[in-house]
Design a protein around this ligand. Structure first.
Ligand SMILES: NC(=O)c1ccc[n+]([C@@H]2O[C@H](COP(=O)([O-])OP(=O)(O)OC[C@H]3O[C@@H](n4cnc5c(N)ncnc54)[C@H](O)[C@@H]3O)[C@@H](O)[C@H]2O)c1
Length: 432
């Protein structure tokens, strides 16, 4: 098998995690360049992979002008840049591992699909959950047919408050206007992907949705609360007090301190305190410019009559991604945080059911968790990518861009349904 040569565009949180595969399995992947507008991030890639200055590119144009030969470009720039950066890469013949969400626009999504086809390039979307042993096993069980067809799928995504506040209330995904993606697309195109991929004997058809921002609102701020926590008379009683939440607990520091543009281990306590006096990470959680929802449910009807529901709740006490698949002759249920699933199969003779547990915890080696996270998903997507580009057999998870279309259309339709209080027919709305 050939060692895959890879350039990382957007060497931030996600880009650096995927690139880590080259350190874990160096005979399979080599990082031969990095493209980023941030010199700090380029220097970090240079040190990590021993790149020369000539292998660092400060913009996509600079990279394209250098006419670098490589097998794949990882596009891990932020959501709103995916379309504008992927199209030129495809036009120049590069295969792309593209972070999700692909884009927030149906027109752009279909254009990327068409461009990949026209240019003969592969675009693999980072639906990393598919690659976990947990969801791969559920897929295998459904595809085996022994439980019959899927009749109903219930998915829940409870976003723990440390994650929700850092990414969606104070963080860079808090504003659809700025980031391009609403919450359902940014957080749950994974879940809409799972509901389509696991049930791909059929296609989604109708979409309904409700949701709102009803907790992180100005009205819910404690009486007398200040704009910034450092000056707030309520800070000692408030769980979200930035001094406690961002400095003491330091949840997801890579997000919080990115604005300081310094290596994390060089930032002093004084610098952090000063930063929080004016940055959104120091702002009252009830008063930020967050323009996305903090709860949403989505219901999807499929052409064969099966129905899926998704409940997304932001700011919960505990993280929880849950799935319950009901089939004609049994069911599958599991919480990915526990990394275990329970399978129940009808026992026709006894007019009862048999139940068994599958535990993935012992299967995940240290290596699987060494690349990013997502219960092994970040590692397995890279492992599959290397095989895919070598023309070798991959797991059932690896697919081309066309298999990511439905998940995104459901998210766009859900936003339309929620905002306009309508039910959306995917074919009529998007012609697919
Ligand atoms: N697959 C998942 O589960 C998952 C999880 C989190 C985030 N994401 C997605 O991954 C993507 C990246 O998120 P992140 O948290 O790593 O962001 P990040 O901000 O940490 O990284 C983005 C990088 O892109 C660089 N950049 C900005 N403009 C650029 C340009 N024009 N050309 C090249 N580089 C540029 C930035 O300097 C930064 O280093 C987003 O689309 C996000 O939604 C996916």
């Amino acid at each position: 098998m050939k060692r895959i040569q890879c350039v990382v565009m957007g060497y931030g949180d996600r880009g650096s995690r995927y690139a880590e595969y080259a350190k874990t399995v160096p005979n399979e992947l080599e990082i031969v360049g990095a493209v980023d507008v941030s010199d700090l991030r380029l220097q970090s890639a240079k040190t990590k992979f021993g790149l020369s200055d000539a292998q660092l590119y400060h913009s996509l144009d600079e990279f394209l002008a250098a006419d670098v030969r490589c097998d794949v470009v990882i596009n891990a720039t932020m959501d709103s840049l995916h379309y504008a950066t992927t199209i030129p890469l495809l036009e120049r013949g590069y295969n792309v591992l593209l972070e999700k969400p692909v884009t927030a626009s149906a027109k752009e999504l279909l254009e990327i699909e068409a461009k990949a086809k026209a240019c003969g390039c592969k675009v693999v979307v980072c639906h990393v959950l598919r690659y976990t042993p947990f969801y791969a096993k559920i897929k295998e069980l459904i595809d085996s047919g022994k439980l019959g067809k899927v009749t109903n799928m219930q998915l829940n995504e409870h976003v723990w408050q440390g994650h929700f506040v850092n990414a969606y209330v104070r963080g860079k995904w808090r504003s659809e206007k700025e980031c391009g993606s609403g919450l359902i697309l940014a957080k749950c195109c994974h879940d809409t992907d799972l509901m389509c991929w696991l049930n791909n004997a059929t296609n989604p058809y109708m979409v309904a949705s409700f949701g709102s921002k009803s907790f992180f609102t100005k009205e819910n701020a404690p009486t007398g609360a200040a704009e910034y926590c450092y000056a707030c008379p309520c800070k000692n009683e408030c769980m979200y007090n930035a001094e406690k939440f961002q400095i003491e607990k330091d949840f997801i520091p890579f997000y919080t301190w990115a604005g300081l543009n310094k290596p994390l281990d060089t930032i002093t306590l004084e610098e952090k305190r000063e930063f929080l006096k004016t940055d959104v990470y120091g702002q009252c959680v009830f008063k930020t410019d967050m323009d996305i929802v903090d709860r949403q449910c989505v219901t999807v009807e499929f052409e064969n009559g099966s129905i899926s529901t998704l409940n997304l709740v932001g700011g919960t006490s505990k993280a929880g991604r849950h799935i319950h698949v009901l089939c004609e002759y049994g069911e599958i249920v599991g919480y990915i945080e526990e990394n275990k699933i329970i399978v129940r199969e009808f026992n026709k003779e006894q007019v009862d059911y048999d139940e068994y547990l599958i535990d993935f915890n012992q299967d995940l080696s240290q290596e699987d968790n060494s690349v990013g996270g997502h219960y092994g998903g970040d590692y397995y997507i890279m492992k599959d990518l290397v095989r895919f580009l070598n023309g070798e057999a991959t797991s059932v998870a690896t697919t081309v861009i066309s298999d990511s279309i439905n998940s995104h259309l459901i998210c766009y339709a859900a936003e339309k349904a929620r905002k306009e209080h309508v039910v959306v027919d995917l074919k009529k709305e998007y012609g697919r």
